[in-house]
Design a binder for this molecule. Structure first.
Ligand SMILES: Cc1cc2nc3c(=O)[nH]c(=O)nc-3n(C[C@H](O)[C@H](O)[C@H](O)COP(=O)(O)OP(=O)(O)OC[C@H]3O[C@@H](n4cnc5c(N)ncnc54)[C@H](O)[C@@H]3O)c2cc1C
Length: 432
């Protein structure tokens, strides 16, 4: 049997291992002490803390679902949940009083408009509804508008200026912390809802909830959160934990890693590490482009919050930096052993504890800090040539039996199922 090294025991590396471990003798190298990468969890105060975000699973790919179902018993070990997410606005500026849910937050009102907001324009104040109608008429008059060239244009083009100013701009600027004009649209395709204006109008007239995006319903583990997925995927794998791979050397007939020889390498770590790690000349022409790849990190703050019925809450408010609360305590009762409700509050990039505490004071649902975790690489940002550059590098390295797949190898905004799908596609493409 040929020997294969996989770098990284995240969803991507573990999927490759699962799909190929009958064919190769595989060793997985992982720098952390547990499997899972971004989907790792730990227990804090007997409740489950997703170290990054609050991972839920679903997929539109039949082959990925079938792979998942070969490993997991969905009906026994998972709970099927309907998303109930909302956008919080403050101080009665946005909604029609009779048509929304309200929470008291110290001295102010917080109003929840169901997500996605574009399907619930009928719940907004009259003045905002008038302004939205004016946008629609204007959009119709300029029907042959130039196609959007960047994310800001995309959002205005699809939803109109009123919704852009009210929600899409403030929310997305908090997440991306960059001028939305600088984000190209093509790589977001398929990752964002792209309803037509006629769908939006129909949904508003008929009060239709959106049910087309991947997480409008989802599966969630009864016990252990997404760590359960990682642990199960990792079962029976030969994983060397606590092993950071910082040198991969090309030899005449394969690769050497940590002094051990392998015929084939599958890299599922971070492409930014490759120019330093990979001792082969083919990487050199790519080093500059790789160095310029942009990304964001996430500070995930584990909190106890007021009870509420939501799965997650979007926060466009400029009063604090956090952009989303994921009510993980609502996902499974096993997650929630605190008195109120356990949840993760997400901030883009690094935020220190003092700043976190200051922000929490201004946030709805009275969050009480329990602990936090910063992850440096969470959201890749592509530029115009990113995909072509990475595809070129992959083709060249594949000739040397060095293959690549993963969220930070492909620099793609993959969900878990996309990461599994990309691993499968890579195996099929190179006939591994
Ligand atoms: C905030 C947030 C929320 C999300 N929510 C969801 C969700 O609800 N549902 C969903 O489906 N997806 C979600 N995702 C996406 C999901 O996390 C990813 O698609 C998936 O975890 C990517 O797995 P990966 O293996 O490609 O990368 P990673 O998880 O980054 O794994 C890479 C692994 O390689 C290891 N590694 C890297 N370099 C080396 C090295 N040199 N030596 C040894 N080990 C190394 C790392 O330690 C890590 O374990 C979310 C992502 C974020 C950031």
């Amino acid at each position: 049997m040929k020997k294969m090294a996989i770098i990284g025991a995240g969803v991507s590396g573990l999927t490759v291992n699962r799909l190929l471990n009958n064919k190769y003798k595989i060793t997985v190298f992982e720098r952390e002490t547990t499997p899972g990468g971004l989907i790792r969890c730990k227990n804090v105060e007997n409740s489950l803390f997703h170290l990054c975000g609050g991972h839920v699973f679903n997929t539109k790919r039949a082959d990925v679902m079938s792979f998942f179902e070969q490993i997991f018993n969905l009906n026994r070990d998972f709970i099927k949940t309907e998303r109930n997410s909302t956008v919080f606005f403050e101080n009665g500026e946005v909604t029609n009083p009779e048509k929304h849910s309200m929470f008291v937050h110290r001295t102010s009102w917080v109003e929840g408009v169901p997500y996605p907001i574009e399907n619930h324009v009928y719940m907004l104040k009259q003045q905002l509804q008038d302004s939205f109608i004016a946008d629609v008429l204007k959009m119709q008059r300029s029907y042959h508008r130039r196609k959007p060239q960047n994310f800001e244009e995309f959002l205005k083009w699809n939803f109109g200026k009123t919704l852009y100013d009210l929600y899409f701009k403030p929310y997305n600027e908090k997440i991306w912390r960059t001028n939305l004009k600088k984000i190209p649209v093509d790589w977001l395709e398929g990752k964002l809802p792209m309803p037509s204006m006629s769908q939006i109008l129909y949904n508003n007239f008929n009060h239709v909830k959106e049910n087309d995006i991947v997480h409008s319903t989802f599966w969630y583990e009864r016990e252990g959160g997404s760590q359960y997925i990682a642990d199960k995927l990792a079962e029976n794998a030969d994983i060397r934990y606590n092993t950071n791979i910082n040198s991969i050397e090309k030899t005449s007939d394969g690769w050497t890693i940590n002094g051990e020889k392998f015929d084939i390498v599958v890299f599922c770590g971070n492409i930014k590490d490759l120019p330093q790690t990979l001792k082969c000349k083919q990487i050199e022409p790519f080093a500059n482009d790789i160095d310029h790849l942009q990304s964001h990190g996430t500070t995930s703050v584990f909190c106890e919050i007021d009870r509420n019925p939501y799965t997650w809450i979007y926060l466009p408010s400029q009063k604090y930096r956090a952009h989303r609360i994921i009510c993980t305590g609502n996902f499974s009762s096993a997650n929630n052993r605190v008195k109120r409700l356990s949840a993760t509050v997400e901030f883009t990039d690094y935020v220190d504890k003092d700043e976190i505490l200051e922000n929490l004071k201004n946030m709805p649902l009275n969050p009480q800090y329990l602990t936090h975790e910063y992850t440096k690489y969470t959201y890749p940002i592509q530029s115009g040539n990113t995909r072509a550059m990475i595809a070129g590098l992959k083709d060249i390295l594949a000739k040397q039996k060095f293959y690549m797949t993963g969220r930070f190898t492909d620099w793609e905004y993959y969900n878990m199922d996309n990461a599994m799908g990309a691993a499968k596609d890579m195996i099929e493409r190179w006939k591994l």
